[in-house]
Design a protein around this ligand. Structure first.
Ligand code: CP
Length: 330
């Protein structure tokens, strides 16, 4: 089937980039999701094909400065299934670990022929200087940035929602995000991506996890108790309790987290809509933010679907950036 690959971020001076979850129009999101869904259907229908060589001759570099399973592996497979060369940059085994700057690292990899960089970093604000210096020579994809953004996770979560409720009908549906929102790049990305779609956005968690100022920043409702947040929810996204980012003060809140905020069958069935679905970006702390029984219950849990959608969505993003507006046969 022929499909016109949409240009997600039309730009004049820079090559197409995906460094933020903010600023995307509903139309461009709809086109990207349509392409991703078509790719998902292809992957499901042809499990042994795994070869759509649309990016033949292009070189994609995964440059992860923080650990990752889902994002890095799905981007690597996405690029390989599309026929690109893939360079997995190992920061700890590179001259970056000897103090070479990120700019000199990027310049070196550009000279070796890299066309697109997929980067995860712990630092907020990492991409602006890179775009200013290299954005006319390479594509950059934000694969998770500090506490502030993770656009492909927000996009794959939106794809997962639209497999339950069509995009045009999401307006008015209630999405509740539960957990350590302050530290969550996924929550921030979701809150940046979704406003134009008319969802009712609610946040829930202990005060140390959910800053009341988020309500104004993202036009959402903040709760510090779970039950009112869950009331009539259509979707509940729970987040990983990020033990590695906790201070001792936050740990005090975390200790009561299971008692007051863990997602369970009983809490879902008591407060949410009967059709409620649960999302979690992963990795999951089983029996902390969600019970194992709920996580593994396909009646409620979309968690494995999120992972599977990540592959198709990241294939769509690579096509979107590297082959914008081209008519291709899938
Ligand atoms: N959700 C997510 O970003 O998972 P990884 O850290 O495994 O990539």
């Amino acid at each position: 089937m022929s499909t016109l690959i949409p240009s997600l971020v039309p730009t004049t001076t820079l090559l197409p980039q995906l460094v933020s979850s903010a600023g995307h129009t509903t139309d461009s999101l709809a086109l990207l999701l349509e392409l991703a869904q078509r790719l998902r259907n292809q992957l499901d229908a042809n499990p042994t094909q795994k070869h759509w060589p649309l990016l033949q001759g292009r070189t994609v570099c995964t440059l992860f400065l923080e650990p990752s399973t889902r994002t890095r592996c799905s981007f690597e497979l996405a690029a390989k299934y599309l026929g690109a060369h893939v360079l997995n940059f190992e920061a700890s085994a590179s001259s970056f670990s000897k103090g070479e700057t990120i700019a000199d690292t990027i310049e070196t990899l550009l000279q070796l022929g890299v066309d697109a960089f997929i980067i995860r970093t712990g630092d907020n604000g990492f991409f602006e200087p890179l775009l200013a210096q290299f954005g006319h020579r390479a594509h950059f994809i934000n694969a998770g940035e500090g506490t502030e953004d993770h656009p492909t996770q927000a996009l794959l979560d939106l794809l997962t929602l639209t497999q339950q409720v069509p995009l045009a009908e999401l307006a008015g549906k209630k999405l509740t995000i539960v957990g350590d929102v302050n530290h969550s790049r996924v929550a921030h990305a979701t809150l940046k991506l979704l406003p134009g779609l008319g969802l009712k956005l609610h946040l829930a968690g202990p005060e140390a996890f959910v800053n009341p100022a988020l309500a104004q920043r993202f036009s959402c409702t903040v709760h510090h108790t779970l039950e009112p947040a869950l009331q009539n929810s259509d979707f509940v996204m729970t987040l990983r309790v990020q033990k590695e980012r906790q201070t001792p003060a936050l740990q005090a809140s975390a200790d009561g987290y299971i008692q007051y905020f863990q997602l369970t069958h009983e809490r879902l069935q008591t407060h949410c809509r009967p059709s409620v679905k649960v999302l979690h970006p992963g990795p999951v702390n089983r029996e902390v933010e969600i019970t194992s029984a709920l996580m593994d219950d396909p009646t409620y849990s979309l968690i494995t679907q999120q992972v599977r959608n990540g592959l198709a969505l990241r294939m769509a993003v690579l096509l979107n950036l590297l082959l914008p507006t081209q008519d291709v046969v899938l």
